[in-house]
Design a protein around this ligand. Structure first.
Ligand code: ADP
Ligand code: MG
Length: 589
């Protein structure tokens, strides 16, 4: 399958959708309108929850804010629905921004719980604010009109709704295929990973949160002018859960899944409402919820990943062309060889009573490979995390390229030119090798939201792709750039991380136990790679447990033991140092 096939399939789908009002009865078209309107919310949730990993139960509240805003403008104050749209979008996005600023630093379940809280609170307001019709709602909302042409019938508004859904899908997929989209897709790898690439995880979360709210607002606006009447019910917490179901059934993380999920849940609800009264007379209202929940539990048991990804597995793979040569991305000014690049001065880091790093000082000069070695638990990773900003030192100072980074945010340190790998490999296993490495180019590219959404980023993308391919080739993984990273053996995953770090064009490359868990052959290859990087004048700080691995490789060695610096010197001196031998023989090594 190629891109052309995908475009053809999209065109056929659009033609079918466009023909529907001429072929199907009005009742079906009304149903499809609801599906389209719900889709927008579910697509937003696919981004927020599926891609970004932020589970939100509160989207119905955003739909409600927009619906009430436009109803207030148009039905109660006699202005055009277009003015309503403006207010709906600005109000919803402003409230989302404030809520996001207040809650998005929360982790995991706490964040989801906060969405329940504000979802309930906002839903409660609709029925209780004087001037918004309380529980009777707001009636006689005018239809949307273009000049004197009013979209009154379901077939008329159908084209607007599905036109918007199609545009949103196009924009959404463009966005996912951009540097911002890759950053969003990296969120599930954890803040430390994202920040280590020079990306502010918080800002990306806020962006994705506001985008999802924006889509919910579009949905609310359409809903109000389509049904011409609103009341608190459709915006309550129950509906918030239903939206989440839609995006999960369709396939969390899949934008198309949002549409499919909205269709399935809406149709299912409809048929349950049709058939349940036949089985159980009287109590069918409550039974509907029971039947629905049972179906959902079955779904979670058997098809957890959702419909669209499930079907996608059986479709032929999208064939991609190898990236073509493109203009190079900008490079940073590299320090002169021999210049003092990193100065760690009296660093101390405690965990409760444990002093993991105790008054450690050392320098790294441009162009050298320095190893920090020591037995397990010596404090190497902690030292390492302090100088990359993943942890803060309690005492001491760290200066990089002439500027103190002791209190800098991790993403800023990454931007300043320190690129790292992790002791426990952090890749995005479902992304291709190429995309994983492209993540490294984030700070060297600048396309913004609008240009990404409209696909105006192709030149920069081509450059980023080519740069990523170049780095893959540099580390010897260039033959299958579109393979999935999760399928690589551990040794190559570590090397892939190095390629990602190289794609950031670092001034200092810091590697945390790159040889851990590697087989002999893999270690030899890794050493070969590091030597070739040194020949390219790259400065490398390598944290290693395996003394033999570093001996023949590095210029200088700093030995840590129980958090303190034991000694420092060239490999020969370290090898003959009795204290080092004792530390290693006495330790777990
Ligand atoms: P190394 O990388 O040299 O094996 P680490 O830096 O990982 O050592 O750990 C140094 C010491 O600090 C160990 O005793 C470890 O248990 C402790 N430690 C590391 N991280 C934490 C943490 N987040 N919380 C508490 N203790 C920690
Ligand atoms: Mg470690």
């Amino acid at each position: 399958m190629t891109r052309l096939h995908v475009q053809l399939a999209a065109m056929v789908a659009m033609l079918c959708l466009a023909a529907a009002p001429f072929l199907l009865p009005p009742f079906t078209i009304t149903l499809m309108n609801y599906i389209g309107v719900y889709s927008l919310v579910a697509i937003g949730l696919a981004l927020l929850t599926g891609v970004g990993g932020i589970v939100s139960f509160g989207q119905a509240a955003f739909v409600g804010i927009a619906a009430y805003a436009t109803a207030w403008v148009s039905a109660l104050n006699g202005h055009s629905p277009w003015v309503g749209l403006l207010l709906a979008l600005t109000l919803t996005c402003s409230i989302a921004t404030l809520l996001g600023l207040a809650t998005l630093r929360l982790q995991g379940h706490f964040l989801s719980l906060s969405t329940v809280a504000w979802g309930l609170a906002i839903g409660f307001l609709f029925g209780n604010v004087e001037g918004l019709g309380r529980f009777n709602g707001i009636a006689s909302i005018p239809p949307i009109s273009f000049g004197s042409y009013a979209l009154v019938s379901s077939a008329q508004v159908y084209f607007l709704i599905w036109g918007i859904v199609a545009a949103v899908l196009w924009i959404g997929y463009n966005l996912l295929d951009s540097r911002l989209g890759r950053a969003m897709r990296a969120l599930r790898g954890g803040n430390t990973l994202v920040e280590s690439l020079g990306i502010s995880a918080f800002r990306i979360k806020l962006l994705i949160f506001v985008i999802a709210a924006f889509l919910a607002a579009l949905s609310g606006w359409l809903y109000a002018h389509m049904s011409r009447f609103i009341s608190p019910g459709p915006f309550d917490a129950g509906m918030g859960i239903e939206y989440l179901m839609m995006s999960m059934v369709g396939g969390a993380g899949s934008l198309l899944g949002g549409v499919v999920g909205a269709a399935i849940v809406t149709l299912l609800k409809n048929s349950v409402q049709d058939y349940l009264p036949l089985i159980a007379k009287g109590a069918s209202g409550q039974l509907e919820i029971v039947a629905f929940s049972a179906l959902f539990i079955l779904f979670l048991q058997w098809a957890r990943q959702g419909i669209v990804p499930f079907v996608g597995r059986y479709l032929p793979k999208l064939r991609r062309d190898r990236p073509q040569p493109a203009p190079a991305l900008p490079r940073r000014a590299q320090p002169a060889p021999g210049e003092l690049l990193l100065k760690v001065d009296g660093a101390e880091r405690r965990f409760g009573g444990l002093v993991a790093v105790n008054n450690v000082s050392f320098d790294v000069r441009s162009g050298e490979i320095l190893a920090v070695i020591g037995p397990n638990g010596a404090g190497k990773s902690t030292m390492f995390n302090c100088l990359t900003g993943a942890l803060r030192v309690n005492k001491g100072d760290i200066v990089f390229a002439g500027r103190s980074i002791t209190r800098e945010a991790q993403s800023r340190i990454a931007k300043a030119g320190i690129a790292r790998t992790f002791q426990h490999v952090k890749l995005r296993p479902r992304m291709s090798l190429l995309e994983n490495v492209m993540l490294g180019t984030y700070a060297r590219t600048r396309t913004g939201l609008l240009a990404s959404a409209l696909r105006l980023n192709r030149r920069e993308e081509a450059s980023a792709q080519f740069e990523a391919l170049r780095q893959l080739e540099r580390v010897g993984l260039g033959d299958k750039p579109f393979d999935i990273a999760g399928n690589l053996p551990l040794g190559n995953q570590r090397i892939l991380e190095i390629a990602r770090a190289l794609a950031a064009d670092p001034a200092l490359l810091v590697l945390d136990e790159p040889a851990a868990g590697l087989r002999r052959q893999e270690k030899l290859r890794l050493a070969e790679l590091l030597r070739s990087l040194r020949n390219d004048h790259l400065t490398i700080l390598i944290v290693e447990h395996d003394m033999e691995f570093v001996m023949s490789l590095v210029d200088r060695i700093v030995v840590l033991d129980f958090g303190s610096k034991l000694c420092e010197g060239d490999p020969a001196a370290i090898r003959n140092d009795e204290r080092v031998q004792e530390a290693y023989l006495g330790g777990v090594a």
